[in-house]
Design a protein around this ligand. Structure first.
Ligand code: CA
Length: 230
């Protein structure tokens, strides 16, 4: 369940280059060659981020940005022509989150995308209550503590961070790669097996019956999901 990025660009070579680079970076890429197709793809695919060229046939990038923003808070990065200051200002006024001027390096684009996803993630963190109730256990995000029956359960720091990431996204399946990225960071060259080991430790601390986990559940072939008891 990689994050999906919609690439809206009428220039075929650039469009394909961007799509390939995104796939190499571990994203799922969907493409659109004009403004109308962009809106269709946006509504059909519900991407996690939109790369939006400004100069497009059918509907301009400005129009597309305005319409998408009216429907969704999805992060939008505008691709603008060199030196077009006006476009940049208009793009940001329309609610684009960032812009990048052509020609740009794929490395720079990749950095911008990651920065934007980090900001989005921080907004999720800011909107999460500081204590999450899991029935018999409470995750105290501000205090970095897990409580069971009112007592603190000692956890290794990474095990707590893993719990915190899962608890901020209840009901949402997180892949091992997403967990590695969010708990250990992009530059950690670790293996997904690390995640499984930490999940094992987390269940031992959290679950009433760690062999039959009710809270941190395995989604076979995908990753893990935290279920809050009803
Ligand atoms: Ca164009």
């Amino acid at each position: 369940m990689a994050r999906t990025i919609l690439v809206v660009e009428d220039e075929p070579t650039l469009r394909e280059t961007l799509a390939e680079a995104l796939v190499t970076d571990g994203f799922r890429a969907v493409v659109a060659a004009d403004g109308r197709m962009a809106l269709e793809q946006f509504r059909a695919e519900q991407p996690d981020l939109v790369l939006l060229d400004l100069m497009l046939p059918e509907l301009s990038g400005i129009e597309v940005c305005r319409i998408i923003r009216a429907e969704s808070g999805v992060p939008i990065i505008m691709l603008t022509a060199r030196g077009s200051e006006v476009d940049r200002v208009v793009g940001l006024e329309l609610g684009a989150d960032d812009y990048i001027t052509k020609p740009f390096s794929l490395r720079e684009l990749s950095a911008r995308i990651r920065a934007l996803f980090r900001r989005t993630e921080q907004a999720v963190i800011a909107a999460t209550p500081s204590v999450i109730d899991l029935g018999g256990a409470q995750v105290d995000l501000a205090g970095h503590r897990l409580l069971r029956d009112g007592r603190e359960v000692p956890l290794k720091p990474k095990v707590f961070e893993l719990l915190a990431v899962l608890a901020r996204h209840p009901g949402q399946v997180m892949t091992r790669d997403q967990l590695l990225e969010q708990v250990w960071g992009y530059d950690y060259g670790g293996e997904t097996r690390t995640v499984d080991v930490h999940v094992h430790w987390l269940r031992a601390a959290l679950e009433a019956d760690p062999a039959n986990p009710a809270i941190v559940q395995t989604i076979r072939g995908v990753g893990y999901v935290l279920r809050r008891p009803a």
